[in-house]
Design a protein around this ligand. Structure first.
Ligand code: DX5
Ligand code: ZN
Length: 220
């Protein structure tokens, strides 16, 4: 069993000191950096765009996991690919031609992810699971950090793990929202490979210790 992947979300970082904040991710033992892009339309908040990610690229050797919470993400896939994203994840609810959008991400040289909000069932993405590298199960309604995990989302994690096994797929299952030392064990037990941590990571007194403890809790 591979160790749990921790993906700190820069959404909870202090943007005025972003390079320092990213340096603490680099030094923490986390393997991914999670980049939450919000457009004020698909979700009721606005964050940053491709330039921000491009500027951060030289600051970190880690995997850049870009989570697009934007309407019609297909219009911006190429730009986010050029910004140095490794994964580009789009919401199934935000694009009409989801299959085409995922193919576009791969054709730009990135790994393709599909995300679902708490009210979207797994069945709505079943027909694209053969062409994705990551499935992101939102465990809160997207838009803000620091919310509480919604328990009804957990079943989707186990369903995705079961489908992966039955069909021989290889996607990474990740969860996003309300993940901390109290909730990590349950999501890992359901079959999660990667956890996004916003507030829990950035509020930890010792971020490296936090990552260590999360990985240990996942092993128990
Ligand atoms: C929520 C974002 C998350 C967020 C998670 O809309 O997609 O990535 O940063 O933050 P926490 O871990 O604080 O719930
Ligand atoms: Zn996210």
């Amino acid at each position: 069993q591979a160790p749990l992947i921790i993906a700190p979300s820069v959404l909870s970082a202090d943007f005025s000191r972003i390079a320092e904040e990213v340096a603490t991710i680099n030094g923490s033992g986390a393997k991914w950096v999670h980049l939450d892009v919000m457009d004020g339309r698909f979700v009721p908040n606005i964050t940053f765009g491709p330039k921000f990610i491009k500027d951060l690229r030289p600051c970190s050797p880690l995997v850049f996991d870009t989570h697009l919470m934007i309407s019609e993400p297909e219009r911006y896939v190429e730009l986010f690919a050029q910004s140095g994203s490794d994964f580009i994840t789009v919401h199934s609810e935000a694009t009409v031609h989801l299959h085409r959008t995922l193919q576009l991400i791969r054709s730009c040289g990135c790994k393709a992810g599909v995300a679902i909000v708490p009210s979207t069932p797994v069945v709505l993405i079943e027909s694209v699971l053969d062409i994705v590298d990551q499935v992101l199960v939102m465990t809160v309604n997207p838009g803000f950090g620091g919310q509480q995990l919604i328990p009804s989302t957990l079943r989707k994690i186990s369903d995705l793990a079961q489908i992966r096994q039955e069909e021989g797929y290889e996607y990474v299952i990740s969860v996003d929202g309300g993940i901390n030392m109290r909730t990590v064990k349950e999501v890992v037990a359901c079959g999660t490979d990667a956890v996004v941590c916003g507030n829990a990571f950035f509020n930890a007194d010792d971020r490296a210790l936090f990552v260590d403890q999360m990985i240990s809790l996942a092993r128990e």
